[in-house]
Ligand binder design. Structure first.
Ligand SMILES: [Zn+2]
Ligand SMILES: [Zn+2]
Length: 147
């Protein structure tokens, strides 16, 4: 019997997991895909250093207070590509492999992202949840099979 067709949610979450594998900071392999209202991909991002700068997988992490400060998070990389290229993200949907950190949550809300799908509830920040609820941004866990 033919395999059921992938839903859009599964399709984009699997893509986000693929994107994550490009990451250069092995403290977290996170991938993000930003999609518009027509289910077209607007941007992608993974955890890595500033373009052209040394990556953690080459020079090691730059640690401060238990965090690697060299890395730009996947969601921020996806949003910043849009800022650089002048691509609209207002009303777009964010697919991200791990629940966003507080800073990324704030950036996603401020950029006009209207829904967040995530795969792993990794260190969910209470204040991030409060902000999402207050700003009426739904968030939903999407389970996907292994790639
Ligand atoms: Zn790192
Ligand atoms: Zn983040």
């Amino acid at each position: 019997m033919a395999k059921d067709r992938l839903s859009w949610q599964e399709y984009f979450m699997k893509l986000a997991k693929n994107v994550a594998m490009r990451g250069t900071c092995d403290r977290a392999y996170v991938g993000c895909v930003i999609v518009n209202e027509e289910n077209r991909i607007v941007s992608t991002g993974y955890n890595g250093s500033i373009k052209g700068n040394p990556h953690c997988d080459e020079v090691g992490h730059t640690m401060r207070d238990g965090h690697c400060i060299a890395t730009i998070h996947a969601e921020m990389n996806a949003l910043l590509y849009c800022a650089k290229e002048g691509i609209k993200v207002n009303e777009c949907i964010c697919y991200v492999t791990h629940f966003p950190c507080l800073n990324c949550t704030k950036a996603l809300i401020q950029a006009g992202i209207r829904k967040i799908y995530y795969n792993e509830a990794y260190r969910v920040d209470d204040y991030a949840l409060e902000l999402l609820d207050r700003n009426n941004i739904p968030y939903e866990k999407i389970e996907v099979d292994e790639l």
